[in-house]
Design a binder for this molecule. Structure first.
Ligand SMILES: C[S@@+](CC[C@H](N)C(=O)[O-])C[C@H]1O[C@@H](n2cnc3c(N)ncnc32)[C@H](O)[C@@H]1O
Length: 406
């Protein structure tokens, strides 16, 4: 998975840079919670202050989010310096160093180019060359890191603030039994687990639990005591039934599965090609995430809230888009392609992937047209609705660092 998985790079029509606008909408809504989380951060006595974004993709949403975090941390230091906060806040703002992290095949070149034109990273208008100036203005230094966030990526106890948005529901791998034609868990006739066989969903659940345990254990090693981990991940409402991953109107629902059927019916691919492809996503329940955090034992939970049945797009905007089914279908299909295109291309090549998305677009246009003629169906069309979880954790002080009673 690590060798092929990425969002579409660059800034073309199917790129995550263009199509990540849906995710950007939810990230903007996080700002008050980010400010709240930053209030709980134990400010380091000495610099640099380290921040990491796990699953930054090609950069547009990540940089916006990081700029906001850096600004909010800087404001906390400014308040401490002005005597507006109580407690033991350090008043001297250190340099901040941000690690942008994603899988090695991510288009880091695009991210680096965006960073080069990002005012905050370049120190705005007032930066000098010495460290003292760097510490005074709202800016930061940056580094990129290619690797899986299910592994250790950063030095021990070095991170003060970690964030991950819309990334942690992507699995490290598809369970082997799911793609083995001789296994009872072979996912025949589908490309995902939505509405599928509970046995197969169980395989996904087990892999996903292993992944999440690895994520928290690795972050537990990397976070400094008092550091904050802030996560937004797609999740499901139905704790008991993992095949009920999301609303069927959402992207990997029947329109997506039917496009696969169309591709087979038109002789572009064989059924085996579809049956051995699986979307590497598992939407966990709040309970599954909580179990993993507690098992890890290294964090205090500051906030764990599910935002169920959330629309990732303003309702009036969706209603407007639906008036034009063809252009809506083009947009919606490109959005799905920005995320799933690269793994589909790796599985069956560019030509078949192009053919798939022609059919996918056609299916969505037909669905949107049918919805258009029925106001009630229009009201209930949940193509952008996905529950998500917001998690804010604070790294406990490891036992070995607790002051000795003697
Ligand atoms: C949908 S994008 C989200 C990008 C950005 N955080 C946002 O919210 O717009 C998910 C990102 O997570 C990355 N990702 C998925 N699994 C990963 C893993 N195991 N390690 C590191 N990055 C991963 C993907 O490569 C992709 O760039």
């Amino acid at each position: 998975m690590e060798k092929v998985f990425s969002m579409v790079g660059g800034d073309g029509e199917f790129s995550y840079h263009q199509m990540g606008v849906i995710q950007a909408y939810t990230i903007r809504k996080l700002e008050p919670l980010l400010v709240e989380a930053i209030k709980h951060l134990s400010l380091p006595e000495h610099g640099p202050l380290h921040i990491a974004d796990f699953g930054c993709s090609t950069g547009k949403n990540s940089i916006t989010c990081i700029n906001f975090i850096v600004k909010s941390i800087a404001e906390r230091y400014a308040k401490a310096a002005a005597g507006e906060t109580t407690g033991h806040d350090t008043t001297c703002m250190p340099e901040m160093l941000v690690f942008f992290i994603d899988l090695p095949v991510n288009d880091f070149n695009h991210l680096i180019q965006l960073l080069a034109s990002n005012k905050a990273e370049n120190g705005g208008d007032s930066i000098g060359v010495d460290g003292a100036d760097v510490a005074k203005v709202n800016n930061y230094l940056s580094a990129t890191r290619g690797g899986s966030f299910y592994n250790r990526l950063l030095p021990k106890e070095s991170m003060h603030f970690a964030i991950s948005t819309w990334a942690l529901h992507w699995m490290s791998q598809i369970p082997k039994r799911v793609t083995d034609p001789n296994s009872p868990c072979y996912n025949k006739g589908r490309s995902w687990i939505l509405g599928g066989d509970p046995l197969i969903a169980q395989e996904f659940a087990q892999q996903s639990q292993l992944d999440l345990d690895n994520f928290f254990n690795c972050r537990a090693a990397e976070m400094a005591p008092g550091g904050i981990v802030f996560v937004l991940l797609g999740s499901r409402q139905d704790a008991t039934n993992p095949t009920n991953q999301c609303d069927p109107d959402f992207a990997p629902g029947p329109d997506y599965e039917n496009a696969w059927n169309d591709l087979i019916a038109d002789g572009v691919i064989t059924t085996d090609t579809r049956d051995t492809f699986n979307i590497p996503v598992y939407y966990r329940s709040k309970e599954e995430v909580k179990t993993s955090i507690i098992k890890c034992g290294a964090f205090d939970i500051q906030y764990l809230q599910s935002c169920d049945d959330e629309s990732l797009c303003p309702k009036d905007e969706l209603m407007h888009m639906l008036q034009f089914p063809q252009s809506f279908a083009k947009f919606y299909s490109a959005w799905a392609r920005a995320m799933m295109g690269p793994i589909m291309e790796a599985h069956m090549g560019l030509q078949a992937t192009n053919e798939f998305f022609i059919r996918h677009q056609r299916r969505i246009a037909a669905h949107a047209t049918s919805v258009l003629s029925d106001p009630k169906a229009q009201e209930e069309y949940k193509c952008f609705n996905l529950g998500f979880l917001l998690v804010v954790l604070k790294r406990k002080v490891p036992k070995s660092m607790e002051p000795s009673p003697f």
